[in-house]
Design a protein around this ligand. Structure first.
Ligand code: NAD
Ligand code: DAU
Length: 335
């Protein structure tokens, strides 16, 4: 049995990871540490909460006493760090919490990993640490880091600290750098869920700038299968890019959503661009494919269509976010 601390497990990718992994493995004993910020939603974990190898603790990864206590209490030997402030627009409005959670929080976890001799520390990172591409080029693991937003800078700092802990203390760190995810339970501030929900509510769809910024999309379960692969077989001190070769300009995604929902393109509204908006991301996943045998399994058109259907059939999930009721779930379960 592996005692694994999974941070940020109530967020979009973390909760999909927990539900995916607990449905298939009973050799993982999962201890979730999540602060339940606005982005944390315990209702995402209803499918897993009754399992014996599921434990939830509300708390902050930058709380050293709590982190050390959990390592002792659960004999933690493995860490998967999903916890982060994750939204670029929020980091542009105010960056402090990004540095507290993403940089200091990762440092506290790495120090605990050192103190308690962990056997693997997986840092979930992002392609945004590489910066922005023009129309040519692709990010490989050797691309120099050039983060452009406060969010990306905080994630790049955490990556560099994790690698420094590997180099200096021999902590068995592995890093994944994935491109843009989509799928169930994504918080409705991000492009795809926001556009689906606005379409359903008859609201305008705000497209930044000329709508020609390109993102490289990957279905969340493909990302989480990559996390599992790197966690099990990744080589200490190595970085693995994760992507599905699905580059798409934002406007194409927005039109696809409108078409799938049978809505008019008149709902699109071009709005002021994001400050410092990265133009294009494109990720080369050759390394994880060749060295660890992972490859994406989901086709973009089908998985997007399933995602749109998920938001249609789970209206109550996102309506409870809009009203704020989702934040009561912790009290009803643990209060
Ligand atoms: P999210 O914002 O949906 O969820 C983040 C979770 O972390 C929330 O449950 C939140 O409560 C928790 N959290 C935040 N600060 C915390 C703290 N100080 N202590 C404990 N918990 C805290 O984010 P997401 O989209 O699920 O992203 C998860 C991870 O994956 C992040 O590290 C992000 O940088 C990375 N990532 C995201 C994407 C993407 O497309 N969303 C792509 C690549 C990498
Ligand atoms: O690349 C991985 C990253 O992807 C992750 O590290 C981040 O955590 C995640 O939030 C995501 O960052 P982006 O900034 O790419 O995602 P977002 O959904 O915010 O925006 C996607 C694109 O859509 C981006 O070019 C900005 C644009 N956009 C976004 C919103 C919210 C719009 O045009 N209108 C919008 O309302």
């Amino acid at each position: 049995m592996k005692n694994i601390l999974v941070t940020g497990g109530a967020g979009f990718i973390g909760s999909n990871f927990i539900n995916y992994i607990l449905a298939k493995r009973d050799d993982y004993n999962i201890v979730i540490l999540d602060k339940l910020t606005y982005a944390g939603n315990l209702e995402n974990l209803i499918a897993s909460e009754a399992k014996k190898n599921y434990h939830f603790i509300k708390g902050d990864i930058s709380n050293k006493e709590l982190v050390n206590y959990l390592f002792t209490k659960f004999d933690i030997k493995y860490v998967i760090n999903f916890a982060a402030e994750s939204h670029v627009d929020r980091s542009i409005l105010g960056s402090e919490v990004f540095f507290k959670s993403n940089v200091l929080g990762t440092n506290i976890l790495l120090e605990a990993a050192r103190k308690f001799s962990v056997k693997k520390f997986l840092q979930v990172s992002t392609d945004e640490v590489y910066g922005s591409l023009d129309s040519d080029g692709i990010f490989t693991e050797d691309t120099p880091l050039h983060p452009n937003s406060p969010y990306a800078a905080s994630k790049a700092s955490a990556d560099m600290m994790a690698l420094a802990f590997h180099h200096t203390y021999g902590i068995p760190v592995v890093i994944t750098r994935c491109s843009n995810n989509y799928g169930p339970y994504q918080f409705p501030e991000k492009l795809i869920p926001l556009m689906i929900i606005n379409s359903l509510k008859g609201k305008k769809l705000p497209v930044y700038g000329d709508g020609m910024n390109v993102r490289d999309w990957v279905y969340v379960i493909d990302h989480n299968a990559a996390v599992e692969t790197v966690f099990e077989n990744g080589k200490s001190g190595e970085v693995y890019n994760v992507g599905a070769n699905t580059e798409m300009p934002n406007i194409k995604i927005v039109k696809l959503i409108l078409s799938e929902l049978g809505k008019s393109e008149d709902m699109i509204e071009f709005v002021k661009d994001r400050l410092g908006h990265d133009r294009r991301y494109a990720i080369d996943s050759t390394k994880i494919e060749n060295e660890l045998g992972w490859s994406p399994k989901f086709n973009f058109e089908e998985a997007m269509s399933q995602t749109i259907k998920w938001f249609l059939t789970n209206k109550a999930w996102w309506e409870r976010i809009i009203t704020g009721e989702y934040q009561n779930y912790y009290e009803t379960q643990y209060g």
